[in-house]
Write a protein that binds this ligand. Sequence first.
Ligand SMILES: [Zn+2]
Length: 248
Amino acid sequence: MSNEKYSTTDAIILKYQTFREIDRNFTFISPTIGIQQATAFGAEKLKSRFCSVVQPFVKTKLFLSLSQKKNLYKLDDVAEVDTNDFLRKDLHFIYLSSFYVDVFLNTFMSSEEYKSFYHLLLYSFEVLKEKKDLKKSFLFFVTKFLILSGYGFHLSNCRKCGELAENYFFDLKKGGIFCYSCAESKNITISSKTSLLWKDFFEKRFIFLKEDVVDKEDFFELFPIILEIFKNIFEKELKTIPILKEIF
Ligand SMILES: [Zn+2]
């Protein structure tokens, strides 16, 4: 009787490490088994069919065997490979994609969320591919990530009195925007235009957001707010945050 279990899954490679000089240990996200690690034997050899596939941001089907004795995945074959070369040819794309990977590697995902997180990454890459738009990809990724992490903010009018205003104050702990009279904390200002744009990103589906225009001014109002929220979620500054600040 065989003590190996076989499985096939779609995946996006997140990172890899060379070991024993010719092999690669890699981490991937799958819509069915979540974030996992596997070994691609011989992947460092140029002749290996794994050489160009087992690298960050590649989307591929993986044929894996799980040795029950060691509880380790071994890569047997790949198919339907989309190398996403465009992501590795632009330094800013690499930085942004590395941030996405960093976020994923620091996130606990429950099994019913695997599919959503997998597609979040896929769509965020697609915005970069089709629109070459770093800001839109970033805003899409972080906002949908916030939703998956259970965050939602009241962004249409003052959360307390319901008044409409030109400018508001954002309050993370109280979950939304407040007018001048109602705001308890006046550290973070946000214009109504920016709030409504962000609201769109919370509410609209990918297919519609793809066509949205993200103004520079709106983006730079949101950027520090988002960094603050992420610091709060991860209880530390992720190591890719400094390079993010270089891109934008
Ligand atoms: Zn108010």
